[in-house]
Design a protein around this ligand. Structure first.
Ligand code: SF4
Length: 321
């Protein structure tokens, strides 16, 4: 007698909403696509336009060339600056070489750059809360002369910084940090430097905040959490940490469905699924299909916010040719 296939185990899948692409990532990708249409390939992009291999490979196949410095770009082809922003020296160098440069820096990152410049003009030294080596941190710190921005990554760092004048200080933050960790660092800064000024809350953007809130809302219901996103995506990694901190026993980053550790999910009855701001929905759907192949799925969306933010592309791409 043929073996009777065993029924799939039941699994309740909670889908976080919002999840995936934010307005800044959507805009940055549109900028590269429109630049390729307008000027034809190759179009150079300084750094991964957004931190997602799938997105980058797709654009590369259409003629985008990803480079880490302007030295690797010819003078006579367009160059695009990534959503994370660039130090001031980069557009200055592009202008010096008469290059056609299109800035895909997210407007919410540009807002932080302008905040830093305003404080600097008012004679304040800056403290930046962020991650060393992340392109957004490098871009924001690079808005001001060397030594004007001190980086702190942890509460411990706050005790170690040496400031010029404790009465003339301001802080800014990376846009993709953990809301809760950042609040602790801000509190430590305010305790050590009561005169420090800063944004109303912090500079963490709406998309980062909303995705973290959705994970917190589902954390009590789930046995495990999967976050679709790339290992170098700051906001995706923060979602894993937020899930773990909210009590989720197993929280894992999965760049693609093929990388799910099925053994770690053995015995679970409920699973949360979200995606970082640079992860396209097609990768979320791929994970859902992989889950459906193994489980009898019941899907439920946990919606904590509706997003309507949209950003225009730069004028040079809006003008008719
Ligand atoms: S995560 Fe926030 S700051 Fe970064 S691109 Fe998206 S909207 Fe802009």
């Amino acid at each position: 007698m043929p073996a009777v296939p065993s029924p799939k185990p039941p699994l309740t899948l909670y889908l976080a909403a919002p999840r995936g692409f934010c307005a800044g990532v959507d805009r940055a990708i549109r900028i590269v696509e429109m630049a390729l249409e307008r000027w034809g390939p190759p179009v150079y992009v300084r750094h991964e336009i957004v931190h997602n291999r799938f997105v980058v490979d797709g654009l590369r196949a259409r003629g985008a060339v990803f480079v880490e410095t302007l030295d690797d770009c010819p003078d006579d082809r367009p160059v695009i600056f990534s959503a994370h922003g660039v130090p001031r020296a980069v557009p200055a160098e592009a202008a010096r070489r008469n290059m056609l440069a299109v800035d895909a820096t997210c407007p919410l990152v540009t807002k932080v750059h302008m905040e830093a410049q305003r404080h600097h003009e008012n004679g304040l030294q800056m403290v930046m809360i962020g991650h060393a080596g992340h392109p957004e941190t490098e871009g924001t710190m690079g808005q001001l002369p060397p030594g004007e921005v001190m980086l702190v990554e942890t509460v411990g760092d706050v005790g170690r910084i040496e400031v010029r004048d404790r009465e003339r200080l301001a802080f800014i933050t990376q846009t993709t940090l953990s809301v809760d960790d950042t609040a602790e660092i801000v509190a430590a800064l305010q305790a050590r430097f009561p005169a420090i000024v800063g944004p109303h809350k912090e500079d963490i953007c709406y998309a980062t905040t909303n995705r973290q809130e959705a994970v917190k809302a589902m954390a009590g219901k789930i046995d495990a959490l999967l976050v679709v996103g790339a290992p170098n995506s700051s906001n995706s990694r923060r979602l894993v940490e937020v899930g773990a901190r909210a009590g989720c026993g197993y929280a894992q980053l999965v760049p693609r469905a093929a990388e799910i550790d099925w053994r770690a999910l053995q015995g679970i009855r409920s699973l949360g699924l979200t995606a970082g701001a640079s992860a396209p929905d097609v990768l979320v759907q791929e994970v859902i299909e992989a889950l459906r192949a193994r489980y009898a799925l019941t899907v439920q969306e946990i919606e904590t916010a509706r997003e309507t933010v949209e950003f225009k592309v730069p004028r040079v791409l809006r003008e008719t040719a």
